[in-house]
Design a protein around this ligand. Structure first.
Ligand code: ATP
Length: 388
C-alpha cells in the first residue's frame, strides 16, 4: 500500500531550516501536490521521501514501514525530475528498460514485454528504437515517465516534471499525467511552484512557505477557504484583492472606503482592530457608471457599492482583467482588480460602479494573517454545479 505518513519532519542545512516540523498524511492512490514559492522546502521534502536527504528529525513511513534509514532502492518509489536524465547513447527501449535494472524476478523476455507494455500506455511504442536526441521535449518526458512506471512502484515522486515544456504541451501533459495516475492508481507526490498545475491536478494541495506547511486541503478549499493570507494570495490568478484597514462598530474601514460587515462576521472579528478585507477579482461586479440604472452620485450608492475608475484593461479574450482605482487616486493601496467577461466592453478612463457582494468577502487578522471569516458557500451545491 502506498500511503505515506510524515511526522514532525525537519531538515536543517546549517542555520537554514529547509523543512520545519512537517506532519502530513497522504492516502494510498492520492495525488498530492506540494506547492509554494522558491525555497519553501518542497524539493527537500521530496528528497527526504526519496531517501536522497536524511531528515534532521522526524519520521517517514511508506505503507506503514519506517523509511528513515532505508536506501532509495528499497523504498519502492520512482522519481521523475525536471531534468529527464535520459541516457543519450541508449535507445528509448534501453532507457525504459533501465528502470527495471534493479528489479528482481523478471526474465529477459518479461523485461522486454514490460517495456513494450509501458511504451504502449504512454503512446510511444513507435519510438522505441530512437535515441533521446531524436525526440521532442514531450516525447522525452514520456520516456522519463516510462522509466519510472516500468517498475510498478508504490509511490511516484515528481519534481517539476513539466517545467521544461512549452505552455501548450504542458497543458496536454497535465491531463495525460492525471489520466495515467488514475489508470495506474499509484500514490503520487508532485512538486511544483505553479499554482495552475496544483489546482488542476491535485486531489489535495499542500501549500508550504518558509519550510512550514500552511494548509493541506482540496483545491476547492484552498481557494475558497484559505487558512491564512499566504494561501489566499498564493492560490488564484489574478490574485485575490487584499485591502488593509481597521474595524469600526459595524464595518471594515479602509483608506478610501468603508464596508459594512454582517453581524456574524463582526462576531468572528471579535476585538481584533487591524483587518485585511479580501475579495476575489471574479467576485466583484462592475457596471458602467454611465448606464441609466446606476446611481448618478456617490450618495445614492448602495452599502456594498463603490465608484471607481478603470486605469488598465487587460483583454484575455474570454475575459477582461480591469485595474480599478478610487477616483483621482490611481496609486492607492486599496485599488482593486476585477474580472469581467470578455464581451463586457470597458475602456481605460471609464468610471464604473463596483459591487463587492457581502457573501463573497474574506476577512483576515492583519497581525497574524489568519483567516477570520471566509466567503460563504454551500459546498455541496457548489460541487454539484461544478460537476454539471
Ligand atoms: P525551488 O522551487 O526553488 O526548487 P524549493 O521549495 O524546492 O525551491 P528547497 O530546494 O527545498 O526549496 O530549499 C529549501 C531551503 O533549503 C532553501 O533556503 C535552500 O537554499 C536550502 N537548501 C536546499 N538544499 C540545500 C543544501 N544542500 N545546502 C544548503 N541549503 C540548502
Amino acid at each position: 500500500m502506498g500511503q505515506i505518513q510524515l511526522t514532525g519532519l525537519t531538515k536543517r542545512f546549517g542555520d537554514t531550516v529547509a523543512v520545519d516540523d512537517l506532519s502530513l498524511d497522504i492516502d494510498d492512490e492520492e495525488f498530492l501536490v506540494l506547492v509554494g514559492p522558491s525555497g519553501c522546502g518542497k524539493s527537500t521534502t521530496l528528497r527526504m521521501l526519496a531517501g536522497l536527504e536524511t531528515p534532521t528529525s522526524g519520521d517517514i513511513y511508506i505503507g506503514g514501514d519506517h523509511m528513515n534509514y532505508r536506501v532509495p532502492q528499497n523504498r519502492d518509489i520512482a522519481m521523475v525530475f525536471q531534468d529527464y536524465a535520459l541516457y543519450p547513447h541508449m535507445t528509448v527501449r534501453q532507457n525504459i528498460r533501465f528502470g527495471l535494472e534493479e528489479e528482481e524476478g523478471y526474465t529477459s523476455a518479461e523485461r522486454d514485454e514490460r517495456v513494450v507494455e509501458v511504451a504502449e500506455t504512454l503512446g510511444i511504442a513507435d519510438l522505441l528504437d530512437r535515441k533521446p536526441d531524436e525526440l521532442s521535449g514531450g516525447q522525452q518526458q514520456r520516456v522519463a515517465l516510462g522509466r519510472a512506471i516500468v517498475r510498478d512502484p508504490e509511490v511516484f515522486l515528481m519534481d517539476e516534471p513539466l517545467s521544461n515544456l512549452d505552455a501548450k504541451l504542458r497543458a496536454e501533459m497535465r491531463t495525460e499525467l492525471q489520466n495515467l495516475q488514475d489508470q495506474l492508481a499509484v500514490t503520487t507526490v508532485y512538486v511544483t511552484h505553479n499554482q495552475t498545475e496544483a489546482m488542476t491536478m491535485a486531489d489535495r494541495i499542500a501549500v508550504m512557505d518558509g519550510g512550514e506547511l500552511q494548509q493541506v486541503a482540496s483545491p476547492f478549499e484552498c481557494y475558497h477557504e484559505p487558512n491564512n493570507l499566504f494561501v489566499a494570495e498564493f492560490i488564484g490568478e489574478p490574485m485575490i484583492n487584499l485591502v488593509r484597514g481597521t474595524r469600526s462598530e459595524t464595518a471594515f474601514v479602509g483608506e478610501h472606503f468603508s464596508y459594512p460587515l454582517d453581524a456574524d462576521v463582526m462576531e468572528s472579528v471579535g476585538d481584533r482592530e487591524d483587518l485585511v478585507l479580501g475579495i476575489r477579482p471574479e467576485d466583484i461586479a462592475v457596471v458602467d457608471a454611465t448606464t441609466d440604472d446606476t446611481p448618478a452620485d456617490d450618495a445614492a450608492l448602495g452599502d456594498h457599492e463603490l465608484r471607481m475608475d478603470v486605469t488598465v484593461v487587460e483583454p484575455h479574450g474570454d475575459q477582461n482583467v480591469l485595474h480599478l482605482s478610487h477616483p483621482d487616486q490611481p496609486s492607492a493601496d486599496d485599488a482593486l482588480q476585477a474580472v469581467t467577461e470578455g464581451m463586457h466592453l470597458v475602456t481605460r478612463g471609464d468610471r464604473v460602479t463596483v459591487t463587492i457582494p457581502p457573501d463573497k468577502i474574506h476577512v483576515f487578522d492583519a497581525e497574524t494573517g489568519t483567516a477570520v471569516h471566509n466567503r460563504r458557500h454551500d459546498q455541496e451545491a457548489d460541487r454539484t454545479q461544478l460537476e454539471q
